[in-house]
Design a protein around this ligand. Sequence first.
Ligand code: DGJ
Length: 722
Amino acid sequence: MITFNEKNNILKLDTPSSSYMIGIYNCGLLLNLYYGRRLPDNNVWPLSKRLQSASFSPCAPDVTDKEFSTDVAPMEYPVNGRGDFRLAALSVMNKDGNTVTDLRYVSHTIYKGKPDISPLPHLYTEDPAQCDTLEITTRDPYTGVEAVLIYSAFNDCDVITKHVLIKNNGENSVSLRRALSLCVDLPTMDFDLITLYGRHVKERQLERRPLAHGLQGIHSKRGASSHSHNPFAALAETGATEEHGDVYGFNLVYSGNFEIGVECDHDATTRLVMGIDPTDFAWHLSPGESFRTPEAVMVFSNEGLGGMSRTFHRAYRTHLIRGRYKTEKRPLLINSWEAAYFDFDTDKLISFAARAKELGIEMLVMDDGWFGKRNDDTTSLGDWFVNTEKLDLARLVNSVHEMGLKFGIWYEPEMISPESELFRAHPDWCVHVPGRTPSIARQQYVLDISRADVRENIFGQMCAILKKHKIDYLKWDFNRNISEAGSALLPPERAQEFFHRFIMGTYDLLNRLTTEFPDMLVEGCSGGGGRFDAGALYFTPQIWTSDNTDPIERLMIQFGTSMCYPASAMGAHVSACDRTGYRTKGDVALWGTFGYELDPNKLSPEEKEIVKTQVAEYHKYYDLIRNGDLYRLICPWDDAFRSAWSFVSGDKNECLVTVVEMRKVQDAVFHLKLRGLDPGKYYINEADGETYSGALLMYAGVDLTQKLAGDGKSLKLYFRAK
Ligand code: DGJ
C-alpha cells in the first residue's frame, strides 16, 4: 500500500511487515526518512534530528532552512556536487563539463500494479492488486534533466523495488557518469555488511564484517555480475542471527557490471547505494533521450537472515521466474560434461541415454563439443552448426526421444573463437578497442552482441538447429570476463556505453529465444555460477551454481547462494567426484534442481540402486523443496563440522531435514532444533514412526546423538503432520 500524507508531505510505502517513508522537504529536497519494521504512523518528521547543519558542509542557497545540510541528511536519491560529500547515486556531466547535479521534487503519482520495464528484467505481478507503484518526478532546474524515481511495494511479500528513469528534457546533451538504482540512508552504523565473494569453483562464499567509517563495498567490472562478487548485500543489525534481528537485503536485477557501495559518515550513519558500476560507464543523453537504470530489490526482515532469504525466495518464485517451467516440473537430467568432456560421439551419448533411462532419469543434455570443429576449447565458438565428423544429431535426438527421454543442448552464444569460420568472416565482430589486440581467455574472444547484426546472425544460426531438431532444453554458457570493452559501431562519445549495451544485447537474445521457443527449458551458466543473478533468473528459471560438484565444498556454495536465490534456481548435480559416497552427493544435490553429471555406464550395481532411490526421492520431495520454506539450521560458516538445513511446506505439514557431517565430531550429544513447524501440530518421523509435537521438535530438538556415521556422511529426516 502506498499513501501520501499531504499535511506532512510524507509518502509512505507499506508491505505486510515493513514501511518505507520519503519526505518532501524544503525546496523539494527528497529525504529517506525511514525504512524498517512496519509502522502505523504516517509522520516521522519528529524523529528527524538528522536535519541539521554540519560545519563546513555547504547547502544550495535557495534552501531556506539554514540549519540543513545535504551532507548529513538522509537523502532519497543523492546527487553529486551540491554539498553531499558521500556516495552519490546520480552524477550528470552537463554542457559546461562539470558534474554538479541538483534534483528537486516536481510531482508524484500512485497507482495499482507494476510497470513493465522490458527489455530490462524485472519483478512482475500477475494481478495489479499484488502491488502498488509510486513514481516521483524530480528535476534539475539548470540542465532540465528529470529523474523519475519508481518504487513498487508488494502486498504479498516484504519487497520494495526501485529503479530510476532519467530523461534529458533540457536543451543540451548531457552525459550520465553515475546512474545508480537505489540509495538507503540509515540512521546508525551498528550493522554487519554481508556479501557473497568467490571465484570459479568457489562461488558465493558468505562474508560478514562490521561496518567501519568510510567506504566499503563490492563491485564487478568484468562484464558479468561475476564469480568474484554477487550483486547481493545485506545489512544485519549487530548481533542479528539466522532467525532473529533486523536485516535489510539488497539485490540488483542485473547481470552486468554492478556496484554496491556502503559509506559510514562522521555521524555514524550508513548509506548504501546500488546500481551499474560507474567505473567503465557513461551514457550520452541528447535532448529528448532517456536512460532507465536496472531494478533494485529491497527486503526487510525482523526475523534474521533466514527471514530475509525466505522473502527473496518467495518473491523470486512468484514475481521473477517466468515461463512454462515457473510451475511445471523440471525434467531430471544427466549432463555429458563431467562424463565425457569433448570426447563423445553419437553412440556414446545414446549409451548414456539408455543407461540413464534404466535409472529413471528424464533428459540427456549434450554439453560443449557438438559444433563446428570443436574437439577441445581452442576452436569453433560462433560456428553453431553440427560437427558431422563426430555427431549425427538427427539420429541422436530421435533415439533419445524414442527412449522417452527429453534432449538438451549447450550453447555459448556470446563468444567467438579466433579459430572459427565466423571470426574469419567477421574479425571486427569480436569485442575490441582501436589500437589494441584483444586479450584472450580460455582460447576465446567475446562476441560483440551489443550489435544487432551480430545478434541476428547468432540467433539465425541457433534457430536453424533448434527448429530442425526437437530440443527440449538449452544450457546457455559464458566463459570469460570482458577486457578491451568496446564495439566497432560505437562513436567515441558513446564508447563507455558498451558494457550496458552488451548485457542488453544478451537480454535481447534471451528474450527472442524464450519467446520463439516457449516450451524449451533454458538453464543459465557462466563457467559454473559466474552470472548467477536475478537478471539471469528472469530469463532462465535455473542456473548452474558451480563447476564444483564436490558435495562438501558445495555446501558453502549452496548455503551462500541461498541467501537470495531459491532452491528451484540452483543447478545441482551428482558427479563421480570421490570425496563422499553417492548418498551424500545426492542429499546435497537434492537441495537444487537435481541431476547427474557422470558416465552412467561406470556406475556399480550398488551405485545404480542408490541412484534409483535418489530418483524416487527427487519426485517425492519435489514440491516440498521447490515451493517450501528453507531454514538454514547449521551453517557451514558457523560450524566446521556439520551443516544442516530443512524445507518446510507452506501449510507446515511436511518437513525434510538434511544433515551433513563434513568432518567427524566426537561430541557425545547432538540435539538438532528444527524451525518453522507448527508448535501445536503433531508430526510423524517417517524413519521410526514416532510422533512428536512441533513444539518438541523446535524447542527440544531431534536427538541425533551418534546418528551420523562419520566424515562426509549425511542423513535425512522426513516429518509429516498427523
Ligand atoms: C563451463 C560450464 O560451467 C560447464 O558445466 C561446461 O558446460 C563447460 N563450461 C563447457 O565448456
